[in-house]
Design a binder for this molecule. Structure first.
Ligand SMILES: Nc1nc2c(ncn2[C@@H]2O[C@H](COP(=O)(O)OP(=O)(O)OP(=O)(O)O)[C@@H](O)[C@H]2O)c(=O)[nH]1
Ligand SMILES: [Mg+2]
Length: 452
């Protein structure tokens, strides 16, 4: 099957590389506000399961007027124009004098279709007609893309002008276009050359399946994360209880360090799952309220108090589920949820009510002092809530958009509330098992419902 190939061309600094980056899902494409960032044509292969296509990022036109004059001198009739462009790119003198134009026209002469990119936030001007005229001389299939870089003020003018040169004109914002809009654009490309139609349609179908696979992978990454975090404990051999007390701060530090690292690792896996390899994201930079150890603010990320209570009731974890929730929430249940669950070895618990600390006798003599695992009922929900939040940001992040992720409050609680009753129940049952360090079968399948 012939591989569909598209050369993305236009004026410098109009978002050509941005469009390539987003459509190829490739964040290695160089993008910058500096005009002339792309200096050589670069081919990006998009490989899908059964098909694929190619996008060629190109340098912008630099001297279209002079190039058009050269072409006009080498073609005395319309039938010679295509040949004149081929001569232009093969000419050593032209390569010297017009390196950008030779570079950008070469893939087109070799058979690529043309995607001509303009900025819809800047006014139309006749200077662009020189470029469009040169492109028309190549005789290759073509369409125009209006990228509204800052706003959409001049889209109408552009649409009218571009319609004179291109049969198809589309508005496409590489920073904002959602995955459905990207697929719709690829669908438009499939009409440019009938020979490419089947291959491109197959690629579009493959990409949809890939998206679904990414969703499943995300649920799997989360399942491993929440399972690991809920089971983790850090232990050290000690001689007696006095020594255990001295090492406790160190144990706690190690414990927290590992938990943080593990969460960061999951975020990296999530980024890689969506082919974001360069996105600079550090958990400290996220400023997510709260951090994983801020028990008081957990209700913002996990479930709120009322939901936690009804979760407990749903799974039969609380005796007397008929207790008035409002009253319970303010009085004894709060104690039960935020502190009481840790009550194993009173002397060890003191101020920090987050995790277990234990001193276990060892068969060979001496003791083992352990920190963790977290027993707070809300802990798995908090882990899940934070991860889902990041999932939403990352799965919708276009590869051209290199800004830091923008963060706002999570609506995890709403998401849980929207689940079907049976799903809620299964989730609550799983979380109850997790905080008791019991294994949960098919945890990823169960979590998948939250990745809608
Ligand atoms: N906000 C926003 N910025 C955009 C968009 N498209 C491009 N830009 C910005 O416009 C500038 C140029 O983008 P590039 O994709 O590098 O443009 P180019 O046409 O490849 O530029 P050259 O390689 O220099 O010819 C960069 O600063 C981009 O961040 C967009 O849709 N939205
Ligand atoms: Mg570029």
């Amino acid at each position: 099957m012939p591989i569909a190939t598209f050369a993305v061309v236009g004026h410098p600094n109009k978002g050509k590389s941005s469009i390539v980056s987003t459509l190829a899902h490739d964040d290695s494409v160089a993008i910058s506000s500096q005009s002339g960032t792309t200096t050589r044509s670069t081919r990006y292969q998009v490989k899908t399961r059964h098909s694929g296509f190619q996008l060629i990022d190109t340098p912008g036109f630099q001297r279209p007027g002079k190039v058009l004059r050269w072409l006009q001198q080498h073609a005395d009739s319309a039938s010679r124009r295509r040949q004149a462009v081929a001569e232009f790119v093969a000419d050593a003198g032209c390569r010297q004098e017009f390196p950008e134009e030779v570079d950008l026209l070469t893939p087109i002469v070799e058979g690529a279709a043309i995607l001509y990119v303009v900025d819809g936030s800047r006014p139309y001007g006749t200077e662009y007609e020189l470029e469009m005229e040169i492109l028309r001389w190549t005789g290759q299939p073509s369409m125009a893309l209006i990228n509204p870089i800052e706003n959409e003020s001049h889209i109408n003018d552009w649409t009218n002008a571009l319609g004179q040169f291109f049969k198809t004109v589309r508005v496409f914002n590489p920073y904002r276009a959602r995955i459905e809009e990207q697929s719709a654009l690829l669908e438009t490309f499939s009409h440019l050359n009938p020979e490419w139609g089947d291959g491109l349609r197959q690629a579009i179908a493959d990409l949809a399946l890939q998206r679904e696979q990414q969703r499943k992978n995300s649920a799997l990454i989360l399942a491993r994360l929440v399972d690991d975090l809920c089971n983790y404990q850090f232990c050290q051999k000690v001689i007696d209880e006095t020594q255990a007390r001295t090492v406790e701060p160190a144990l706690q530090l190690q414990y927290r360090h590992w938990i943080r690292m593990r969460e960061e690792q999951a975020v990296k896996e999530l980024l890689a799952n969506f082919a974001h390899y360069q996105t600079p994201i550090k958990m400290e930079d996220l400023k997510l309220p709260p951090d994983l150890f801020d028990c008081d603010k957990w209700y913002a990320w996990g479930l709120n108090k009322k939901q936690l209570l009804s979760a407990a009731a749903l799974t039969g974890a609380v005796a007397g589920a008929g207790v008035d929730l409002a009253v319970a929430g303010h009085t004894f249940m709060l104690g039960a949820l935020c502190g009481g669950l840790f009550g194993l070895t009173g002397a060890w618990l003191g101020s920090d009510k987050l995790a277990n600390r234990r001193l276990l006798g060892l068969p060979m003599g001496g003791y083992q002092a352990c920190y963790g695992p977290v027993r707070h009922r809300n802990f798995p929900y908090v882990v899940i809530g934070r991860f889902l939040y990041l999932y939403r940001q990352i799965s919708q992040l276009n590869h051209a958009d290199r800004q830091t992720l923008k963060l706002s409050a999570s609506d995890f609680q709403q998401q849980v509330a929207n689940l079907e009753n049976s799903q809620q129940k299964a989730l609550h049952r799983a979380c109850t098992r997790l905080v008791k360090q019991k294994p949960v079968d098919d945890l990823d399948q169960l979590l998948l419902a939250l990745f809608a």
